[in-house]
Each structure stands twice: as C-alpha cells, then as structure tokens.
Design a binder for this molecule. Structure first.
Ligand SMILES: Nc1ncnc2c1ncn2[C@@H]1O[C@H](COP(=O)(O)OP(=O)(O)OP(=O)(O)O)[C@@H](O)[C@H]1O
Ligand SMILES: [Mg+2]
Length: 291
C-alpha cells in the first residue's frame, strides 16, 4: 500500500490553520508522526480516515483519490481515535462483536473466531467477560487496538495510543504495533512522546505548527542534530548562565559540578565537547532551533 499526501492544508472555520501544505509519502511499515500538542496530528489523522474533508490538497491511496473512493478505502482502514472509549454495560467480547459486525463480518462463527484471535493477540482473552468500560486505561487502549484491527485493515491509524499508559504498558503496546507492522500494512502512529518513535519506525515525520519540519528515517533526524549537540561541565553559576543562554536538555550532577547536554548553534566561550545525539536531542533541536 502507499499513501500520498499532497499539498494538504486544513483551516478550521475559526481560521485555525491546523495543517499547512503537508506533503508525505507513506508506504508499508510503521510510520511515526511526532509533534507537540496542537501540531495538527489528530487533524491529519481525521482527514486520512475520511472523517473530515481537507480545505485543500489531495490524499491518494494506491493512486485512488481518498474522497472519490471513500467507501472502498474505508473498508481498508482501522482507526483508534485519540479519545477512544467503549460504551457502558457491554462486555469486552461483546464490544468487539459489535465492531466486527460494523466491519462487515456477517458470519457468526467467523466473527467469534476473529474476536478470540484478537483478544489473544492484545492479551485480553482472560478479560473477555469483563465490562469494557471498567477495564484499566492500558487494557482499554488494547480494546481500542483490537477494534481497529478486527477487520484486518491494510491501513491502521492510531492517534496517541500511549497517552496515560505506564512505561511497561507502553513498551507492550509498542511491541504489539511492531509485530503488526511486519504484515503487509501501513501503520501510522501519532505521538508527542519521543520514546514511542523507536528504532522500529523506519520512517517518520515531525509536525510543527501544521508543517512537516522533517520527514525521513529517525537515524537521519539524529544525524541532522549532531552539529548542534554539545556537552559541558559547569559549576552552579555556570549552570545558571548556560540555562539562560541556551536550550538545556539534561543536567547530571558530577564530581566537579554539572554535566549538561545542550542544543545550540554554537557554544563559543564554553569548553564544549561534542556528544552523541539521540532522538530527544534531535526533536528539541528541530522544535527550538531549526526551521
Ligand atoms: N474542530 C476544531 N476547530 C477549530 N480548531 C481546531 C479544531 N480541532 C483542532 N483545532 C486546532 O487545530 C490545531 C491542531 O490540532 P490537532 O488536534 O490536530 O493537534 P494535535 O497535534 O493532535 O494535538 P494533541 O497532541 O494535543 O492531540 C490546534 O491549534 C487546535 O487548536
Ligand atoms: Mg491529537
């Protein structure tokens, strides 16, 4: 599958420019959409799942125009919205049964088999008889991913699925998505948590105020930050000074003061050492320093 996003802009009726000339090519595998609050991630996802028509621009799915072939493309889509919730008084398996019907699985036997398979896959088989809206936050998210996957979509769109999850549950979730991305499928994952964009995302985009400020492999993003990533050791007064002048990423106490990682154009006047950048350095670098 291939999604081509061309000159996509979204201006809300109140003049909020949520997307500004977004251009992206997305192919099979896990695609990470990283950006701070308000960057336009959910807006882009709502357009991709045909819930919203953009102000201008096109989306092509395998060469077909998203809006002209809405019905056809919808049948290939799975979506976990940012504000996903189930209904009260419905058991976990019943909720999935309802979703499976919506996804067009008419045969009851096939549906039940599919639900059991999904429950196993997301680790909820033991919880199948429990009320869906009484599950823990992490388990609800897993119900969310199960409902998105129930119709075996070729395109899976998940909007900030890790919000509110504890670190272990986050890792679990990430592994689940990685596993899913091994099959022939596009998975688009939006997040504002740098750690969610693991090395398993072959491709990613950085969204900043509705614009794509980077598109490519995470390793390339990291490489671009290298010239701007420094480390210095300073005393208390030096720490205060550098905090006022530059973007401080991390501060670690050491024997003779503080070891500080910094993002800066240059660090003239400090005895700065280059330091190996990571994705967090790169993210801050793009958000605060570059374009
Ligand atoms: N229905 C709407 N009407 C007007 N403005 C909106 C609407 N929905 C979103 N916006 C605005 O569009 C911009 C992008 O919002 P969006 O929800 O797409 O960002 P996001 O990246 O998903 O943020 P978050 O990380 O907080 O979920 C924001 O400035 C937001 O206030
Ligand atoms: Mg959002």
């Amino acid at each position: 599958m291939k999604i081509s996003i061309r000159h996509l802009s979204q201006i809300y009726p109140n003049k909020n420019r949520a997307l500004d000339d977004v251009n992206l090519e997305i192919s099979d595998g896990l695609f990470g959409l990283l950006g701070p609050n308000g960057a336009g991630k959910s807006t882009l996802m709502r357009i991709l799942v045909t819930l919203m028509k953009p102000t201008s621009g096109d989306v092509l799915v395998d060469g077909l125009d998203l809006h002209k072939h809405r019905k056809e493309i919808r049948s290939k889509l799975g979506y976990l919205p940012q504000d996903f919730s189930t209904f009260p008084k419905i058991k976990t398996w019943e909720f999935l049964d309802y979703c499976a019907r919506l996804a067009g699985i008419k045969d009851k036997k096939i549906r039940i088999a599919r639900i059991d398979e999904m429950l196993e896959r997301v680790g909820l088989f033991e919880a199948r008889e429990k009320l869906a809206n009484k599950l823990s936050g992490g388990m609800k998210r897993r119900v969310g991913i199960a409902q998105a996957l129930i119709g075996d979509p070729k395109i899976l769109i998940v909007d900030e699925p890790t919000t509110g999850l504890d670190p272990e549950e986050r890792i679990r979730f990430r592994n689940l998505l990685t596993e899913m991305s091994r099959e022939e499928r596009i998975i688009i994952l939006s997040t504002h948590i740098v750690g969610d964009i693991s090395s398993t995302c072959r491709d990613m985009a950085l969204l900043k105020q509705g614009r794509v400020s980077f598109n490519g492999a995470p390793e390339i993003l990291i490489e671009k930050a290298r010239p701007y990533t420094f480390q210095i050791v300073v005393d208390d007064a030096g720490l205060e000074k550098v905090k006022q002048e530059h973007i401080v990423i991390s501060t670690v106490p050491v024997e003779n003061g503080w070891q500080v990682d910094i993002i800066a154009e240059n660090l003239n006047g400090y005895n700065a050492q280059p330091v190996e950048p990571n994705l967090e350095h790169a993210y801050v670098c793009f958000m605060e320093l570059l374009n």
